[in-house]
Design a protein around this ligand. Structure first.
Ligand SMILES: [Zn+2]
Ligand SMILES: [Zn+2]
Ligand SMILES: [Zn+2]
Length: 257
């Protein structure tokens, strides 16, 4: 059994957007409060987070995360990265491993050089880089992962597969031909779906469903959603084919199916 908790399901601005008074930003539905996208995965004794956006501290407190084995990064855009400094509470005794494509890890080291120094200033996060190769499985504790390359506009970034689950956010093309084998057998797909209006570097809801159909995923959850669409509207328009994920949603997925 794999447990997934959505720490955040919003696009880069978060929802509500600062200064916006649209119906979704003004909504009292708690599902319309979308912090920056991230998930926490737990299996056996292993806990892994994918991405650490600006609200990472708040998300970790809300989800009660008191132990962390590693962080996987999809890419270095700030809405996925800038909560990194708060990882320091997990690095008192030993360095915390972080995983990502080489381009992502080198960007992270450029932005946070002090987290990788050998004799660091006291009180900084101490991180250890682990480069991942495209479509090559690797283990973190009890969980086997595989990085699946996808296009986010012009940027080649990582989606992550674990068991029969995939987390693909910030994508506009899943490179189906080259990833065919790596994508086969995925039953639960968590996929970035920004809004209805086309966007050059993100899927729309409709495109995200087309991707799910192409892969043959049965359970589909939208994430990285902006403020154009309420949780209620997503529910009424896309059920039963897809569900809108929302912050604090927990999935318990049977990975033996
Ligand atoms: Zn993003
Ligand atoms: Zn708004
Ligand atoms: Zn991005």
């Amino acid at each position: 059994m794999t447990r997934i908790e959505f720490l955040g399901t919003g696009t880069s601005h978060g929802v509500p957007v600062i200064g916006c008074h649209c119906p979704v930003c003004s909504s009292s539905d708690p599902r319309d409060k979308r912090w920056r996208s991230s998930i926490c995965i737990t299996k056996g004794t292993t806990t892994v987070v994918i991405d650490t956006g600006y609200e990472f501290r708040l998300q970790a407190l809300r989800a009660g995360i008191d132990k962390l084995d590693a962080v996987l990064y999809t890419h270095q855009h700030s809405d996925h990265l800038m909560g990194l400094d708060d990882l320091r509470v997990f690095t008192d005794k030993k360095k915390l491993p972080i995983y990502g494509f080489p381009s992502t890890l080198s960007a992270i080291e450029r932005i946070f050089p002090y987290a990788f120094e050998e004799l660091p200033y006291k009180g900084v996060p101490r991180l250890e880089k682990h480069e991942v190769e495209e479509r090559k499985p690797f283990f973190i504790g009890d969980i086997e992962f595989m990085a699946i390359p996808v296009m986010h506009g012009m940027m080649r970034i990582a989606g992550y597969r674990f068991g029969n689950i995939a987390y693909i956010t910030d994508a506009s093309n899943i490179l189906f031909e080259e990833n065919k084998e790596a994508l086969s057998g995925i039953r639960t797909l968590i996929i970035g779906a920004l809004r209805d209006k086309p966007h050059w570097s993100h899927f729309t809801f409709k495109e995200a469903i087309e991707v799910a159909d192409l892969i043959g995923a049965e359970d589909v959850y939208f994430t990285h959603i902006n403020h154009a669409t309420s949780a209620n509207e997503i529910e009424s328009r896309f059920l039963p084919r897809a569900k809108g994920a929302y912050d604090t949603l927990v999935l318990e997925v049977d990975d033996d199916r």
